[in-house]
Design a protein around this ligand. Sequence first.
Ligand SMILES: Cc1cc2nc3c(=O)[nH]c(=O)nc-3n(C[C@H](O)[C@H](O)[C@H](O)COP(=O)(O)O)c2cc1C
Length: 459
Amino acid sequence: MLLLNASGCLDALTAPETARQLDAFVTKTVTPEPREGNPPVRIAETQHGMLNAIGLANPGRERFLAGTLPALRELGVPLWVSVGGFCAEDYAETCSRLDGVTVELNLSCPNVDEAPESAAEIVAACRAVTELPLYAKLSPAAWDIGEVARAVEAAGADGLSLVNTIRGLALDERLRPSLARATGGYSGPALKPIALAAVYACRRVTPLPIVGMGGVQTGRDVLELVACGATHVALGTVLFGDSDAPARVRSELVEAVSAAGFTRVEDAFCAALEAVRDASFDASFYVGELVYPNVVGQGLREMTFRVVAPAAWADRVRQADWKAMAALPWILMPSMSTHSQLARTMFREHGVEPGHVIEANQESLIANLVVSGVGVSLLPDPLALDLQAAGQVCIWEKAVLRGTLWFIYLRERANDPLIQGLVEVLRETWAPGKTGTGDVPPSSRNTADAGGTTRSTIC
Ligand SMILES: Cc1cc2nc3c(=O)[nH]c(=O)nc-3n(C[C@H](O)[C@H](O)[C@H](O)COP(=O)(O)O)c2cc1C
């Protein structure tokens, strides 16, 4: 886990000792042209946080590249450059001029007018011009931040930064707005629950690394973000009042980890997510990638899924490419389910997202809905082939999804007699040939022989 500063909350050139306490330094957002920012008053204290309407004041790209960036490199700390702009070309041009840094795309400043392009379009434009790691910094104000996360991932983002400030307003005693611009970005302690919810929502839909931020003041706050799925954490407003915050937070984190019953901070990763983790059940069956480090599994057998459509759509479906298939109505199980994750991963690998999704929570219901002409879906091989043979569905031949069916349980309960007994029974009943598989930790995912990856293949 890396500890960073949040963009705009630390000037590394005036506080190099604070910057050196961090694992990487994130610059203030750089825009193509110099910006004075908004007129004063630009900062207001409120009861539970801070309102700022700085408005991306910065020296502009040319002065940044010629002066600020070389000076920052002297610090000897890995650098992340926060890139801003007002159209996709602005962002892309700055990205194309950078090297040796990680890029954080500020897609979410509440103090400037929105860029006309969507977050995904900006990410795609930057992806086209750079191979540098690209983090998309998102606004917590999005109605469905998970959807934005999926879209920027499909556009080529390597990670997410969550969250930027949220728009707020404070009044003075005479009931006039405290800030000259009236509204500003709200940060600090009140933002923490909002940041936790955003990280949690995005972790449910993407395996991308996430930098969590928003109201972090203590080691416990860092741990909570990690428990919701953050891989790294950034300190923002806290740095204005405590220049020693990185060192303090790090030492508090050690205590917070053991107080919460863990040995290492990594063990708490995703602890808050609904999984086997919540101990509401002992074990489960699962098809797909094992993304939680604390969940391990026993591979039972290979499964194949087919894309099925109503029989009457056969002509349309035979010709369809990935984009056309994604545009059809999809019947999927709820978003956390294996079924939904399989379909979404399949499309993401081809740069598209299913547009219209109808939820159904049982395989038999899904099969009925497809047969009755409601939409398309994924069904396991034998069922799909039977329905096709009966003339009730047609199969889209361009995708076959293969994955391992896992029996999963918590890593810490691997030696529990109950779990061991279940594994034994399952080995005998389900997969007599696969007894040597053993625990396959998630670190082995994406390897061809681990069986933990579900891939869609073009026939
Ligand atoms: C004074 C100030 C300036 C900021 N400037 C930027 C910026 O230039 N770019 C950016 O992406 N976020 C900026 N932010 C947002 C922070 O990076 C961070 O996302 C937000 O403050 C939430 O974290 P916190 O509650 O720990 O401060 C700024 C925040 C503050 C308070």
